[in-house]
Design a protein around this ligand. Structure first.
Ligand code: ACM
Ligand code: ZN
Length: 764
């Protein structure tokens, strides 16, 4: 008791000292940025051979050992651990004190005071561990260099901190490609540095079953191995002993491991081992293609549930996590529709359709797991056909699933593919390793806000946090995993930890520089960023267009040119936003060593007859692909080959019918419009484009049609710009672009509907 109060007084004294000092926290570069108070003051603290780690009780020993091991690994310091009761005199020591009764510190939170000693105070072991992560970030990044120094200088500081969200997750798919136990530990180490606390381990898939199940040895004898296209055997799995080793390793880093056992879809590896679990009892192979496959578990058979329950009986003791992820995504219902056993199940259980059969499946598994004291997480498809009563929803197809679940009182983890899929490109594809697609820059991750504005304050409380996902179809090696996660995970950590008002991209990006030095020392293969210039055009108050040039990398030299000016070292250096009000082609690039670093970005503004007139669409663009809104097609700006650049609108399984009201009779020579053609992303140019004119907006006459010639190459990516002669005086113009109704036979998703993307409708 006496010891506790002594420590308390020391800490209060130190806090008081810092409250009064000037805020000079510039050189504290902790990421995620602390949520509470953050002060530094002139002067410094030396950690040297005299520094010991002082613990108040055995409570702090595990964290003390972690810190001591870090010192031993990266420096020549011994950092012995001693008990406060055995301390004769406090020197330049690091004092750890966990006090569960402390009312001022929140769960997982901590206080650090660096003055004559370093005093660390937390309510729980986790908070104490996070204080150590922050303390390690107060050290210079060269701490991690090969030179093992025997003293380090850190700023005098006071920090109080606690997280905004309780679920701060990272996911890894070890099925599409397999990763060793050592790499999983390294992955966990990287997570822990940034206070991420949930590891979602995607362990079963069409392409491989990766966890030993003793009752079903064929799951790994057969299901863990696939024959690649070149004939080689690929695979691997974790034994239960290895699983325990990793779960234990993670728990020391305050990370909970959540296993994902996919059902009912993405289950071909299990069916290859035990075909009797399918509807057709066919023969299956462990897949060597990526995609969505029709053969899935048969819920018509009781034996399927017996199998899954037996599997879960072995899973649950291995993972202390409250949650088990049961997948639930991308399950085609084609086999169930034809399976007599599935149809009998639908009838017997009085289900409406196959969607409800999927819900029946999930709810049965949920009941089983709930009875074992576990909760389920499922991908947002588990909302379809009725949500399992206690399920937590992982919202991945955008945010709408998360909104729906939160509105109905279910917990939610946000992982929208637009911001949280770290298998997407993080810069221009030309300068980055091949990825699955998408475009999710570091800045975009940083700008993500997990609580949708649509939710009320009370509904927002159901958002437990968010997660970055690393799917590995195109990621074969540990180095590549690192490249995709770092530093995007670091940005996500700040979103999830730091108070919203504290978030500041420029500051974050500046702080990141030191972290890059640390990564260099640790051999972490991080991405240095996107060297693309974003050309942002917005109307100002005087109706001029204000152009801002942005780079997600700070302090770079951006040059730009207008129209046909050369973009070289003689071009304008960008210093502040400028306005345009006539048609213009803007080019901009980052320059390094007097040369363009990657390539130039372009944005063309065309002041045509349709700009700022009225436009209406018969059916709206898809929510996720609505660009800058309704006026996107007549704002004067054309899109780039990145269909998510904000200048495109995407329509799924419907035609585009757009009417432009030119507000008075206008001579129209021609109409130019652009469509994207990217079969791999299910985007096809239209099959026909019709232009109609009218003077009253009621009666339209067709004036011309155009039939694009479709490219049959799956890998092709092009913008089709067509100029269609009109030669009419009219007030209203109607454009009808008919999408391909189903994708053609040469496409892997043949028969499915396609997307249709349009950018600007230019009226000459
Ligand atoms: C998913 O990306 N299919 C959850
Ligand atoms: Zn069936």
């Amino acid at each position: 008791m006496r010891i506790r109060s002594t420590l308390l007084i020391t800490l209060i004294a130190i806090s008081g000292l810092f409250f009064s000092c000037e805020n000079k926290s510039m050189h504290i570069k902790i990421i995620p940025s602390p949520s509470g108070r953050l002060y530094s003051k002139p002067g410094s603290f030396k950690i040297d051979e005299n520094t010991r780690i002082v613990i108040n009780s055995e409570e702090e020993r595990a964290v003390a050992e972690y810190l001591s091991n870090q010192f031993k690994k990266y420096s020549s310091l011994q950092a012995d651990i001693i008990k406060f009761s055995e301390l004769k005199k406090l020197k330049n020591d690091i004092v750890l004190y966990i006090d569960p009764q402390n009312k001022r510190i929140k769960k997982e939170g901590y206080i650090i005071g660096v003055d004559k000693a370093i005093n660390i105070k937390a309510k729980d072991n986790t908070g104490c561990f996070y204080a150590i992560q922050s303390l390690l970030q107060l050290l210079p990044p060269d701490f991690y260099s090969e030179n093992k120094a025997d003293e380090y200088i850190i700023p005098l500081a006071f920090i109080s901190d606690n997280p905004r969200f309780k679920y701060r997750g990272m996911h890894l798919d070890v099925c599409r490609h397999f990763f060793s136990v050592d790499f999983i530990k390294r992955y966990l180490d990287m997570m822990a540095m940034y206070k991420m606390n949930r590891f979602h381990w995607h362990l079963t898939e069409d392409q491989g079953w990766r966890i030993e199940i003793k009752k079903y040895p064929k799951l790994t004898d057969i299901g863990a191995w696939r024959i690649e296209k070149d004939g080689t055997k690929y695979g691997g799995y974790y034994t239960q002993e290895q699983i325990k080793e990793i779960v234990d390793y993670a728990s020391k880093l305050n990370i909970t491991v959540i296993p994902e056992i996919e059902l009912p879809g993405h289950s071909l590896a299990a069916l290859a081992a035990y075909p009797e679990l399918s509807c057709n009892d066919g023969t299956y192979k462990v897949e060597n293609n990526w995609g969505i496959f029709p053969d899935v578990y048969c819920p018509g058979k009781e034996s399927t549930f017996v199998f899954l329950q037996n599997v879960l009986d072995e899973i649950t003791p291995l993972f202390p996590s409250e949650y088990i992820h049961i997948g639930g995504d991308e399950c085609p219902k084609t086999r169930w529709k034809k399976c007599p056993k599935c149809q009998k199940r639908i009838k017997d259980e009085k289900l409406k359709n196959e969607e409800e059969l999927q819900s029946y499946f999930i709810q049965r598994i949920e009941r089983y797991l709930n009875n074992k004291g576990k909760q389920i997480i499922g991908w947002d498809e588990i909302l379809e056909g009725g949500l399992a009563p206690n399920a937590t929803v992982m919202s991945w197809r955008g945010i709408s699933g998360g909104i729906e679940a939160a509105e109905s009182g279910h917990n939610v983890i946000m992982t929208p593919n637009s911001h949280c899929y770290f298998d997407h490109y993080q810069g221009d594809p030309e300068f980055h390793p091949k990825a699955i697609g998408g475009y999710t820059t570091l800045k975009k991750v940083y700008d993500y806000e997990p609580i949708p504005t649509k939710l009320s304050e009370s509904e927002g409380k159901f958002i437990l946090g968010a997660q970055g996902n690393v799917w590995t179809e195109y990621i074969h090696t540990p180095e590549h995993v690192e490249y995709m996660m770092m530093p995007r995970m670091v940005a996500l950590s700040e979103i999830l930890w730091t108070r919203k008002k504290r978030r500041n991209y420029k500051k974050f990006r500046k702080n990141l520089k030191d972290h890059f030095i640390k990564f260099d020392h640790l051999g972490i293969n991080y991405c240095k960023g996107s060297y693309k210039v974003d050309i942002i055009a917005e109307k100002d108050s005087t109706d001029n267009i204000l152009v801002t040039l942005e780079s997600e990398i700070p302090d770079v030299e951006i040059r730009y040119s207008l129209n046909n000016e050369q973009l070289d070292t003689s071009a304008n250096i960008y210093s502040k936003p400028f306005t345009i009000n006539e048609s213009v082609l803007i080019k901009a690039a980052i320059f390094e060593n007097n040369a363009i670093k990657e390539k130039c970005s372009e944005l063309e503004y065309t002041k045509h007859k349709g700009v700022d007139k009225k436009i209406s669409f018969k059916e709206k663009a898809e929510h996720n692909y609505s660009g800058k809104g309704l006026n996107n097609a007549i704002d004067g700006f054309k899109g780039s080959k990145i269909y998510k650049d904000g200048y495109w609108q995407g329509f799924y399984n419907k035609d585009i019918v757009a009417v432009i009201d030119l507000e008075k009779t206008t001579k129209v020579d021609s109409v130019e419009c652009g469509f994207i053609h990217k079969p791999k992303s299910w985007i096809f140019e239209p099959s026909t484009i019709d232009i109609l004119t009218s003077n009253d907006g009621i009666k339209y006459n067709k004036v011309n049609s155009y039939h694009p010639k479709s490219q049959k190459d799956l890998e092709s990516l092009s913008i089709q710009r067509v100029n269609i002669p009109v030669n009419k005086d009219c007030q209203y113009l109607k454009l009808i672009a008919k999408g391909v109704k189903t994708m053609p036979s040469w496409h892997p998703a043949s028969g499915e509907p396609a997307y249709l993307f349009i950018d600007e409708i230019v009226i000459y």
